[in-house]
Design a protein around this ligand. Structure first.
Ligand code: SIN
Ligand code: FE
Length: 337
């Protein structure tokens, strides 16, 4: 089996395109990491998948293997899975389509947001982003059939800006290691599964740092997260800061997100590694679990999907279960709707 990653001594993973293989597109091969000793202990694993179709046929044994790797906090990298941008869509690889206000262009349902242009152009842009949404959703369904019936498709985003260099507050600065948590949309422990694809036309990698395991991060930072105030959840909902009540789980996840980003020593001193995603590479992770930071790169598509803990192979590895183990209490009211 040919390893499809090139690993240099300091643990950087280069997710370069593979040399073509004889295996038919859609056949899946799990490529084991060849030199684990170069990766710092306890850092997010990277699993390379030799898949070149958005609708692959995957053997049952591989399905479970990939799902368990994902649920254990790995990033699954598919260096041969490019998103097909049509000739007349290459014009969209330009920041001029942004409305200049929103960080990303996004598609929610049929509506394209954060973009500007003539109605025809915006409809074409929406079709491109919508095609990625369909491809990414099909991929997740094909790779993880057990999830398929439970998947809740959320926002699709197209990110035309460079990952670094935009002036944002530290809290919004995604070049700092963090787990994803949404201030206005409590998810009460539901998972955040994301599919990313680098569509850069100029050969520029998207570069991430990934950090230590969720549990190691939580044990280190949770003592610095304040408790919820009495009545805080109801007040946030009444003021429409949140859509629905913020559970204690959501409060702690936001607290961890903020503590990690605010802590300069943590940003530089915690165990981490770099991953380079070449153009034409797709990758998948639970972004509520994987400590990640976008260092550089431009032009990326991303699909967010939610799924309930009941869909998982190993719900005990989820952030909710880990935080409940650490705090020793229920963080979401199980009977609430
Ligand atoms: C993020 O999800 O935090 C940023 C990912 C990226 O822009 O590459
Ligand atoms: Fe993020």
């Amino acid at each position: 089996m040919r390893p499809c990653d090139r690993r240099v001594p300091d643990g950087i993973v280069v997710a370069a395109p593979l040399v073509r293989r004889e295996a038919p597109a859609g056949r899946v091969t799990l490529v084991h990491q060849p030199s684990l000793q170069t990766v710092p202990q306890g850092v997010t694993p990277v699993v390379m998948l030799d898949i070149a179709s958005w609708r692959p046929r995957v053997a049952a044994v591989d399905v479970e293997h990939h799902a368990r790797a994902l649920e254990a906090g790995s990033v699954l990298v598919l260096p041969r899975l490019a998103f097909g941008i049509e000739a007349d869509e290459t014009r969209f690889l330009d920041v001029r389509w942004s409305d200049g206000k929103a960080k990303n262009i996004s598609l929610e349902g049929q509506a394209i947001k954060g973009a500007r242009g003539a109605a025809d152009d915006l409809a074409a842009l929406a079709r491109m982003v919508g095609r990625f949404a369909a491809d990414a959703t099909a991929l997740v369904g094909a790779l993880f059939p057990r999830y398929a019936a439970h998947l809740l498709r959320a926002r699709t985003s197209y990110r035309p800006f460079g990952a670094a260099g935009r002036a944002v507050s530290w809290r919004k600065d995604d070049t700092r290691l963090h787990v994803d948590a949404f201030p206005s949309r409590p998810n009460r422990g539901e998972r955040i599964l994301r599919v990313f694809c680098n569509v850069n036309p100029n050969g520029e990698d998207r570069v991430w740092r990934v950090g230590e395991t969720f549990e190691a991060m939580a044990r280190r930072l949770l003592p610095h997260v304040r408790s919820m105030y009495a009545g805080e959840s109801a007040a946030l909902a009444a003021l429409h800061v949140t859509k629905g009540p913020r559970s204690e789980y959501d409060h702690l996840m936001l607290g961890l997100h903020d503590r990690a980003k605010a802590d300069v020593d943590y940003q530089h001193g915690s165990a981490q590694r770099e991953i380079r995603f070449a153009p034409g590479t797709t990758w998948i992770c639970y972004s509520d679990q994987v400590m990640h930071a976008a260092s550089s790169g431009q032009f990326m598509l991303e699909q967010t999907t939610h799924l309930p803990l009941s869909a998982l192979y190993e719900p005990e590895r989820s952030p909710l279960a880990v935080l409940e183990r650490i705090t020793g209490r229920e963080l979401v009211r199980r009977n609430a709707t």
